[in-house]
Design a protein around this ligand. Structure first.
Ligand code: U8J
Length: 303
C-alpha cells in the first residue's frame, strides 16, 4: 500500500459525507461529516472546517491555523484529526474531533439550571490549563471568548478555533498585528485596542471576559458587547467605538459583577483586567487561585 493509504491524517473527500452545519469560525464554517470509507455508515463523525472560498490571504492564514492545531496535544484543546484536500489541492478542509455538546454559549443557555458554581469553576480551570499549555509553546490565541469554547462532556470543555493564533517571536514578549480584521474589541485588552499589541497577558484579559461570560451563563442580556455599549451610550457608532472603549477602560470602568457571582470570582476577573499588563496574573497563578476557590466551594457549597 502506498504511504497515503496509511496516513491517518489524510481524509479522502469522496468518503467525507456532509451531515449538517455546526457553526462559524474565523476564516470558515464548520460542518458535521461522517468519514465513511466503507460506505456502510459505520464511519466516525468528524467536525470539518471548510475554508471560506476566494480571498487568497485566508488560504495562507488557514494553512497556518491547520499547522497550529496539528502540533497542539492537550486535553483542553480540540483535537486535530487531519486534512482533506479537494479540487486537486486547490482547496483544503481541516478535520477535527467532533464534540457532541457544541459551544459553551449554547450549552449554558440550555443547561443553566444544572450548572452550578463548582462546574463553572471546573470549566474555568480547564480553559486556564489549555491557555497555560498554549503559552508553553509561545502561542497567543488572540480570540479567547466563550464562542470559541466547546463542550466535550458535562465535565470537560476545550478551546477551539485557532484562526487568529500567533507565535510570539523569540526576542519579544508581544506580537504586533498589522491588519486587525473585524476585531472582537470587547474581548481585547487596552494595549490591543490602542496599539494592536498582543501577548499572553492580553490573552489573560480575554480570559477575564470569558469568566464574566461563564458566570453570566452566556446570557445575551449581559454579554460583554451589550454591557460595554450600554456604558458607551448607543449614540457612539463605527470606528470611534474602540477609542471610547479604550477611554472608559483608562478611566477604570470595568464590566459589573454578574448576578450572584461569588465575590472571589469577580475579584479574579478584576485581576485579569488590570490596565497595566504587567500587573495581570499569569495563567498558572489564575489556575491556582481557581483551584483554591473550588476547594472552598467544596467545603461550603453555595452554588
Ligand atoms: C468555535 C467556532 C467554530 N466552531 C467549531 C465548532 C465545532 N462544533 C462541534 N460540535 C458541535 C457544534 C454545535 C452543536 C449544536 O448542537 N449546535 C446547535 C453540536 C456540536 N465540534 C467541533 N469540533 C471541532 C470544532 C467543532 C462549531 N463552531
Amino acid at each position: 500500500l502506498n504511504p497515503a493509504q496509511h496516513d491517518q491524517t489524510l481524509f479522502e473527500e469522496r468518503h467525507l459525507r456532509y451531515i449538517s452545519p455546526l457553526g462559524k469560525g474565523n476564516f470558515g464554517s464548520v460542518e458535521l461529516c461522517r468519514y465513511d470509507p466503507l460506505g456502510d455508515n459505520t464511519g466516525e463523525l468528524v467536525a470539518v472546517k471548510k475554508l471560506q472560498p476566494n480571498k487568497q490571504s485566508t488560504l495562507e492564514d488557514f494553512q497556518k491555523e491547520v499547522n497550529t492545531l496539528s502540533v497542539l496535544h492537550c486535553d483542553y484543546i480540540v483535537k486535530y484529526r487531519g486534512v482533506c484536500y479537494s479540487m486537486g489541492r486547490l482547496s483544503m478542509s481541516l478535520v477535527m474531533e467532533y464534540l457532541p455538546h457544541g459551544s459553551l454559549i449554547g450549552y449554558l443557555e440550555n443547561n443553566r439550571h444544572n450548572v452550578n458554581t463548582r462546574r463553572m469553576l471546573l470549566f474555568a480551570s480547564q480553559i486556564c490549563k489549555g491557555m497555560e499549555y498554549l503559552q508553553t509553546l509561545r502561542y497567543i490565541h488572540r480570540d479567547l471568548a466563550a464562542r470559541n469554547i466547546l463542550v466535550a462532556s458535562e465535565s470537560l470543555v476545550k478551546i477551539a478555533d485557532f484562526g487568529l493564533t500567533k507565535i510570539i517571536p523569540f526576542d519579544k514578549e508581544y506580537y504586533r498585528v498589522t491588519q486587525p480584521g473585524e476585531s472582537p474589541i470587547f474581548w481585547y485588552a487596552p494595549e490591543s485596542i490602542n496599539d494592536s499589541k498582543f501577548s499572553h497577558k492580553s490573552d489573560v484579559w480575554s480570559f477575564g471576559i470569558v469568566l464574566h461570560e461563564l458566570f453570566s451563563y452566556c446570557d445575551m442580556v449581559s454579554n460583554p458587547k451589550r454591557l460595554y455599549m450600554q456604558e458607551l451610550g448607543h449614540n457612539v457608532q463605527g470606528p470611534s467605538i474602540s477609542m471610547h472603549l479604550a477611554n472608559i477602560l483608562k478611566n477604570n470602568w470595568r464590566l459589573p459583577s454578574p448576578p450572584h457571582c461569588p465575590s472571589k470570582v469577580y475579584n479574579l476577573m478584576k485581576q485579569c483586567w488590570a490596565y497595566d499588563f504587567d500587573e495581570r496574573p499569569c495563567f498558572s497563578s489564575l489556575g491556582n487561585q481557581i483551584e483554591t476557590i473550588m476547594q472552598e466551594e467544596r467545603e461550603n457549597p453555595k452554588g
